[in-house]
Write a protein that binds this ligand. Structure first.
Ligand code: LMR
Length: 334
């Protein structure tokens, strides 16, 4: 643990001095935990291209995919210390650092589609949530999508009862934990980079991953069954170290903000396409049987999981939940 902190501090020192690069270049280290050929990975590269072109090389963006630098939990600590300048963690990752409101996004079946998500993330609620990060030394720039999560396992999953006793890997979120317990499953919190091996060795039995992550991590190769439950949303907040960002020359910051706006447009279009392509590729591989539940089967999952909204309302904030549900027209199952 001590070593890890020492590494972060050294990284932070270099990160800060890295700003005054040999040629006066500003370096932005952008770390993430997924593969380069995911929506997040591609968008990070797209931002790099726009940022470097538009600042005429004044800014250099260095993208580190696949948890090369940091695993899930360490990423935000590294950002706060200034060892990296930019990240795009999943929204669930802000809960453990004390901003529990972000765990609202983990509530089961809160959103039916991307349009509903965007009403929240791309609107006033999204901005209001970003303001909660400032006291942590973090500034939110944009919300990106990944997609909708599905259950995978080695046994067929048709009803909520089929998950009973199944060890499911989750991100560290109290809402996700409650969701798994409601299904009688055993939640196992684990970094994304460890999922493949954990499935292979039987440390966990299943996942609730989104298609492009299931596909690019190859986790589907060690899962016999995938049921398209679409039971939760996975999205990202692109965040920067606030001190670093506020300290940029104003013209550079404005140019980077423009580059981020255009990258976000690109990313939001890409995410859905990549999800659909990943499902098709998993089907075509023949390694995993992909099952599309009937509307009645999906409704049974939604009904069973509604209690999680009630149990977690206080944690994520009752008013926030109400305003999200109003914005999306959420109808609780009877
Ligand atoms: C996960 O841990 O499953 C995701 O947050 C990974 C990611 O960043 O897409």
């Amino acid at each position: 643990m001590k070593l890890k902190i020492a590494a972060l501090v050294i990284g932070a020192t270099f990160g800060m001095t890295g700003m005054a690069h040999a040629a006066g270049q500003i370096v932005i280290k952008f770390s993430h935990v997924v593969a380069p050929d995911t929506p997040k990975g591609k968008a990070a590269e797209y931002f790099k291209k726009l940022a470097e072109e538009r600042t005429k090389g004044k800014v250099s963006v260095q993208v580190y995919p696949n948890s090369q630098l940091y695993k899930d939990k360490e990423e935000l600590e590294a950002l706060q210390l200034g060892a990296v300048q930019m990240l795009a963690p999943s929204l669930a990752k802000f809960g453990p650092m004390g901003v529990k409101e972000f765990e609202a996004f983990d509530l089961p079946y809160l959103f039916d589609n991307y349009d509903e998500v965007h009403k929240v993330t791309q609107g006033a609620i999204g901005q209001q949530l970003f303001s909660k990060l400032e006291s942590k030394g973090i500034k939110g720039l944009a919300y990106w999508d990944n997609g909708f999560k599905n259950f995978s396992s080695n046994k067929p999953i048709r009803t909520p009862a089929d998950l009973k006793g199944t060890k499911i890997r989750i991100q560290g979120s109290k809402v996700l934990e409650e969701e798994m317990r409601t299904l009688g499953a055993l939640p196992q919190v684990m970094a994304f980079s460890e999922v493949y091996q954990a499935l292979q060795t039987g440390v966990v039995d299943g996942t609730e991953l989104e298609p492009s992550n299931l596909y690019t991590s190859k986790a589907y190769e060690v899962q016999k069954q995938l049921t398209l439950t679409g039971h939760g949303y996975l999205g990202y907040a692109v965040v920067v170290n606030k001190k670093f960002w506020d300290g940029l020359p104003a013209d550079v910051r404005t140019t980077l903000e423009g580059a981020m706006k255009d990258t976000t447009k690109y990313e939001l279009q890409l995410a859905k396409q990549d999800s659909d392509k990943a499902i098709a590729a998993i089907k075509a591989s023949g390694k995993t049987q992909v099952y599309t539940p009937t509307p009645a089967e999906k409704a049974a999952f939604k009904k069973t999981l509604q209690v999680v909204h009630e149990k977690m309302a206080d944690r994520v904030g009752k008013d926030l939940l109400k305003s999200v549900e109003k914005e999306t027209g959420y109808v609780a199952p009877k």
